[in-house]
Design a protein around this ligand. Structure first.
Ligand code: GLU
Length: 506
């Protein structure tokens, strides 16, 4: 059997972790079984539709590298299936069910339906176990000829499914096992076709899954309450239903459904925060699933080969921002210097690192050369510019105390910096870190000073901070001349006589 599955978002919001987890699992499952992954826009709720959300979906897929395999016109650039363009199918199938007595026209005015809803809600709030919400089936028994005549006369109507009462609907969820639902508890005679001729989610979803030959429906667990209804619809149509597999929920650390309260949830937001698509894919692939070898890092290609429905978890997945951050760091470290520079350059330009314009060739060279200095310490791309800004413009001189090694005063710091200054040229011209380190260690020993004490004032003079990227690499990138200038400037500060407090406030 060919595996065919789909991601069927309603473009009523930005793509977020939960939706993309569903998309990714469908994508991976289809790939793992040599099947087809289909994208279908369920955009029939026109009141909540917004074109920008469709664009967001495309952008997110492109950024993450998820591609779909099929659309109505796979000749050109592949557009997905779009439900608002498929109205004729839904109307045809709704009418077919009416013709076979399995659905009926409902002529109740919207005002009446609203009234019913309010009454039931009021009753429900009073006592537990009072009647279910939903329609009272008033039009269910209008004789077919009368209903047809009223429809022919143009009376406004919806089409409702005639749920077979007194029966039980059963299906097997691939993950959760046997599910049983008394038909009388299913949403009573739900609308399939609205009075504007648009289908409801249920009708369009079932008709399309059938017409598109969907073999597996992998979707969020919140849809499971709709599934008995869908199974009933498949039976009414006389179609075999796909395998249903409801994916575990995604929660925050507090056990509540993942939401804004927990942090970023839209993929867009993660992107802006400097996450790499590989890190997100890798992490999201673990939200409710595991992989045989039990390691953490898998490329998309590896996930495509390994994903299996047998390795889904029933328990809810907990979204761990710290773990995602760890993944991001891992993927940053896997980049070459050139790749990482390419990724970080846009935020560096935006941060004004190159004087408010795009970097010139020399600035690019320096930027790329600086990547090894920060790669190990970066969790996010946008942290890069601040960490290496000192390589592009002279950092502001910090207060004198910042130059003092532990337990040392101003004089000592100045003396150490004088020695450090003498070492700048050989350090800046050293082949590599090892050479620089051996040299500077020898010099410290010779003079009987601690290496840390020797390097602290020099580090602050060069980078502007006590904690900085590696000093030797920085000296090599800046070169002897600029480094000497910075050391001189710092020394001037340290050698200035400290104003006494008496003099300052006569
Ligand atoms: N349009 C639904 C959604 O927004 C699809 C649910 C399903 O996969 O059946 O998630």
């Amino acid at each position: 059997m060919e595996i065919r599955d789909r991601y069927a978002p309603s473009p009523t919001g930005l793509q977020h972790v939960g939706g993309i987890r569903t998309a990714l699992f469908n994508y991976l499952f289809a790939r793992s079984r040599g099947g087809k992954f289909i994208l279908r826009l369920e955009d029939t709720d026109r009141t909540r539709f917004d074109e920008s959300y469709v664009q967001n979906l495309y952008d997110t897929f492109a950024w993450l590298g998820i591609r779909w395999d099929e659309g109505p016109d796979m000749g050109g650039p592949s557009a997905p299936y779009v439900q608002s363009e498929r109205g004729e199918f839904y109307r045809k199938y709704a009418e077919e069910l009416v013709g076979r007595g399995m659905a009926y026209y409902c002529f109740c005015a919207p005002g009446r339906i609203e009234q019913l809803r309010l009454e039931r809600e009021a009753a429900r709030s009073g006592k537990p176990g009072s009647p279910q919400t939903g329609y009272d089936r008033r039009c269910r028994n209008i004789p077919a000829a009368e209903a047809a005549a009223r429809a022919a006369a143009g009376e406004s109507r919806t089409v409702r499914l005639k749920i077979p009462l007194g029966e039980t609907t059963r299906f097997t969820d691939r993950l959760l096992g046997e599910i049983e639902w008394a038909n009388d508890d299913v949403n009573p005679d739900p609308v399939l076709l609205k009075s504007d001729g648009f289908p409801t989610y249920h009708l369009a979803n079932v008709v399309d899954d059938h017409l598109m030959g969907i073999s597996h429906v992998l979707r969020a667990q919140e849809w499971i309450s709709s599934t008995p209804l869908h199974v009933i619809m498949y039976r009414c149509f006389g179609w075999e239903h796909p395998v249903f597999c409801h994916l575990p929920m995604v929660m925050g650390q507090d056990g509540k459904k993942l939401s804004k309260r927990h942090g970023a949830t839209s993929i867009d937001e993660f992107r802006r925060q400097g996450y790499l698509p590989e890190a997100l894919i890798n992490y999201i692939a673990f939200l409710g699933a595991s992989y045989e070898e039990g390691r953490d890092i898998y490329s998309l290609k590896e996930l495509e080969e390994r994903f299996s429905l047998d390795r889904l978890n029933k328990a809810p997945a907990v979204f761990d921002y710290k773990k995602l951050e760890w993944y991001n760091g891992q993927y940053i470290r896997m980049k070459s210097d050139e790749e990482l520079a390419e990724l970080c350059l846009p935020c560096a330009s935006a941060a004004g690192l190159f004087g408010g314009s795009a970097p010139d060739a020399e600035q690019r060279r320096v930027f790329t050369a600086a990547m090894p200095l920060i790669k190990e310490r970066l969790s996010f791309l946008h942290e890069a510019p601040a960490k290496i800004a000192y390589l592009f413009s002279e950092p502001p001189l910090p207060p004198a105390e910042e130059f003092f090694p532990k337990k040392k005063d101003r004089e000592a710091a100045a003396a150490l910096l004088r020695i450090g200054r003498e070492l700048i040229r050989p350090l800046a011209e050293a082949e590599n870190d090892e050479g620089a380190e051996a040299f500077v260690k020898g010099e410290a020993e010779k003079r009987g000073i601690k290496l840390g004490d020797l390097l602290m004032p020099l580090r602050v003079a060069i980078t502007g901070a006590r904690i900085s990227p590696p000093l030797f690499g920085s000296l090599r990138i800046l070169g002897a001349e600029r480094s000497l200038e910075r050391a001189g400037r710092a020394l001037a500060l340290l050698e200035k006589r400290e104003p006494s407090s008496k003099n300052a406030f006569p």
